[in-house]
Design a protein around this ligand. Structure first.
Ligand code: CUA
Length: 315
């Protein structure tokens, strides 16, 4: 269902949009065509050996067994290994010191994303990674609970996120677009629903976006949104969520300061719109079984509409 809904978003390693992914796709194509070729030769020989009449010459048989069974695989696997090893430095080159560094933390079951904007400053968002095109970016990966794995198939390889350790990944997107990232390590009930959006933008658009993210949440406009902010406070949502510029400073759940500007909700599983948000808040576990947020079933329709109105205008 998710794939149908988000079907227009690329999550394919075979449609690369980054330098690393291009190299990986290249390696895959070499291995695939080599594999197919060898398979054809082996099947051809097998067919030949059972269909050809008469006894086989022992000398030829011996040559085939040693040549085809030992020498040939050794040569092929050694050359593939050398080819793949030669690729590694390019994939693991450190990003330039002056470049963009993004902290990503895996949490059951969503992603905490932090952009370093100054010496000791960072701006936090969730489940959405925005990147400038044609620039190397370094991800510093952490986990707050269990082992997750950070993977944007269209941009490059995957790296595990291990509690108590920092792992790193360099990516270099070279095409503007919207892509899908996933958790590639089984981490519990909602593992398959732990995705995120990746939006690769032109540098100027990215700079503007990052400047906007640094701003505090906008003041609610309209009666419903004002009521929503008050309800958000009264119902205790701020114990888990931060909305910068208000007294909501919880760190358990995603930062919602610019929630309305995000493309999806629930960690990449639903389009971010009023209907989905209403369901998310009132029937959270129907939308995403295993999620740690409690469902707010006791809210009246009016209360729910107000909170939705407030959150959706936080762009
Ligand atoms: Cu996180 Cu699988």
């Amino acid at each position: 269902m998710t794939f149908l809904l988000l079907g227009d978003i690329s999550q394919s390693t075979l449609d690369p949009a980054g330098v690393g992914a291009e190299r990986i796709a290249e390696l895959f194509h070499w291995m695939l065509s080599g594999g197919v070729l060898i398979w054809l030769i082996v099947v051809g020989l097998a067919v030949y050996s059972v269909t050809v009449p008469g006894r086989h010459r022992p000398r030829l048989t011996k040559t085939l067994v040693i040549g085809g069974g030992a020498v040939f695989p050794t040569l092929v696997l050694t050359s593939l290994l050398c080819y793949a090893l030669a690729m590694l430095p390019a994939l693991h080159q450190p990003a330039p010191k002056t470049g963009l560094t993004i902290d990503v933390s895996g949490v059951r079951w969503w992603w905490r994303i932090g952009y370093r904007t100054g010496e000791n400053e960072r701006v936090e968002t969730a489940n959405e990674v925005r990147l400038p095109v044609d620039q190397a970016v370094e991800f510093k990966l952490h986990s707050e609970d269990v082992i997750h794995s950070f993977w944007i198939p269209a941009l490059g390889g995957k790296v595990d996120m291990i509690p108590g350790r920092e792992t790193r990944l360099k990516l270099h997107p070279n095409r503007v677009g919207r892509f899908r990232g996933v958790c590639a390590e089984y981490c519990g009930t909602a593992h398959a629903q732990m995705a995120f959006d990746v939006i690769v933008m032109q540098q100027a658009d990215f700079d503007q976006w990052l400047r906007d993210q640094q701003q505090d949440a906008r003041e609610p406009a309209g009666e419903a949104a004002v009521r929503g902010r008050e309800l958000f406070r009264r119902k205790g949502c701020g114990a888990c969520h931060t909305i910068r510029g208000t007294d909501a400073g919880g760190r358990v759940g995603p930062d919602l300061t610019h929630f309305g500007g995000r493309l999806s909700l629930g960690a990449g599983i639903k389009t971010n719109d009023a209907d989905n948000l209403r369901r998310w808040i009132s029937r959270t576990h129907d939308v995403k079984p295993g999620v740690q947020m409690p469902a707010f079933k006791s809210l009246s329709d009016r209360e729910l509409d107000s909170i939705v109105a407030y959150l959706e205008q936080l762009n």
